[in-house]
Design a protein around this ligand. Structure first.
Ligand SMILES: *Cc1c(COP(=O)(O)O)cnc(C)c1O
Length: 389
């Protein structure tokens, strides 16, 4: 009853841009969340890849509690040790020297920063990919390659081309001396977890080198260990010019970052960009705790193994056409177009997932997921697909 009541209050008080959720969540620990009626769920979506260590992880709880008691927002007129330490850490993950970070609150803002940074090259054209998701603000939406999300809001930024994802020849035809930046996701998340050909990023790097365009990797969804690496492009061996992260970075708190490498690191000058809350002591405390835990518990390696197991096991289930992804970012392509219906049935069985579209179910559990929880997920998924279908 209470879930229904809150759905009604949501409808009456919250804008209709999301549609009305059917359940209201009130509590969570690790991968288990509880709704307002006391039903529990196995959370295999993690707030869309944000709660990278699950709900209420002790390291995040302790870091945030300590910081909120000590000092809150300082503005960008003053430095704070957390922001500096986190920037140094993120820069070190690029494996390069001299990378510099801009902090913000979300993925869209990180990509907005990348767009502005790329203008400082003196060029203004951009190439992005069809089906991509880069955020909803006007600049980020201009990058997003999904007509249904763009069309109600035209006109958007000019001189942005969208080419088929994974098609290097299409990129070659579009990248020129006018191209300021090329932006791609290492794996397209919202589009249904689409993995590009093995050598795609390498070839793209070569094209960008030739034209002088910045190569921007949108690691908002693939980042922070989700794929078993810090950002998700590392398998390719390339070095990007810019990396954007958000989602998992704050361990459930709103935090985004644009990391600029090499010559791009010094493109912005004082006064050219900003964000009041960027580098907030509390959100950066959470991120430092997240990184420390991922490192000390060796979660990257664990995630790689669990990802392989999930892909293998899920592919054996009748009704599953294909399983794609890396680490704990996985898309399950169904033979029939009833991904939304299956997701609702999983919810009724106490499992939270996301239908990325009519045929793909996306899962992105917290990196702390146990082998037993993975087993439980596979069992319930099989039962729902085979028996209830
Ligand atoms: C979610 C997402 C974004 C947008 O992030 P917001 O925090 O919602 O603005 C951008 N890029 C990718 C790849 C994403 O998955």
């Amino acid at each position: 009853m209470k879930n229904k009541q809150f759905s009604k209050r949501w409808t009456n008080s919250i804008q209709n841009n999301y549609g009305t959720p059917s359940i209201t969540l009130v509590k969570g620990k690790g991968l288990v969340v509880k709704d307002i009626e006391g039903n529990t769920y196995l959370d295999f979506l993690a707030g869309i890849a944000t709660n990278i260590l699950g709900h209420a992880h002790p390291s995040v709880v302790s870091a945030v509690s300590k910081q909120v008691r000590t000092l809150n927002h300082v503005s960008n007129f003053y430095s704070h040790p957390n922001a500096v330490a986190l920037a140094e850490k993120l820069a070190s993950f690029t494996g390069t020297k001299g990378a510099k970070v801009f902090f913000c609150q979300s993925g869209a803002e990180a990509n907005e920063a990348a767009i502005k940074l790329s203008r400082k090259t003196g060029r203004s054209h951009i190439v992005a990919t069809q089906g991509s998701f880069h955020g909803r603000t006007m600049g980020a939406l201009s990058l997003t390659g999904q007509p249904s999300k763009r069309e109600p809001f035209l006109p958007l930024l000019k001189n942005i081309k969208h080419v088929p994802f994974g098609d290097i020849e299409a990129m070659r035809r579009c990248i020129s001396k006018k191209t300021a930046m090329v932006i791609v996701e290492p794996i397209m998340g919202e589009a249904g977890v689409i993995v590009p050909p093995d050598d795609y990023l390498q070839q793209l790097r070569a094209l960008c080198d030739k034209s002088g365009a910045l190569l921007v990797i949108d690691a908002v969804q693939t980042g922070m260990g989700r794929t078993g690496d810090w950002f998700g492009y590392e398998y390719s061996g390339i070095t990007p010019d810019v990396i954007t992260v958000a989602k998992g970075l704050g361990g459930g708190l709103p935090l985004g970052a644009m990391i600029a490498l090499g010559r791009s690191a010094d493109l912005f000058e004082p006064g050219e960009h900003g964000s009041t809350f960027g580098g907030n002591p509390i959100t950066t405390a959470a991120a430092l705790a997240v990184i420390k835990t991922i490192e000390s518990k060796k979660l990257l390696k664990k995630v790689q193994g669990q990802g392989r197991l999930l892909i293998q096991e899920l592919a054996l289930i009748p009704g599953v056409q294909q399983v794609r992804g890396a680490g704990l970012l996985i898309g399950i392509e169904l033979e029939s177009g009833n991904a939304r219906e299956i997701s609702t049935k999983l919810l009724e069985r106490g499992v939270l997932v996301n239908p990325a579209n009519d045929t793909v179910i996306r899962i992105a559990p917290a990196l702390i997921v146990s082998d037993a929880q993975i087993k439980k997920f596979i069992t319930i998924f099989r039962e729902v697909l085979v028996h209830d279908n």
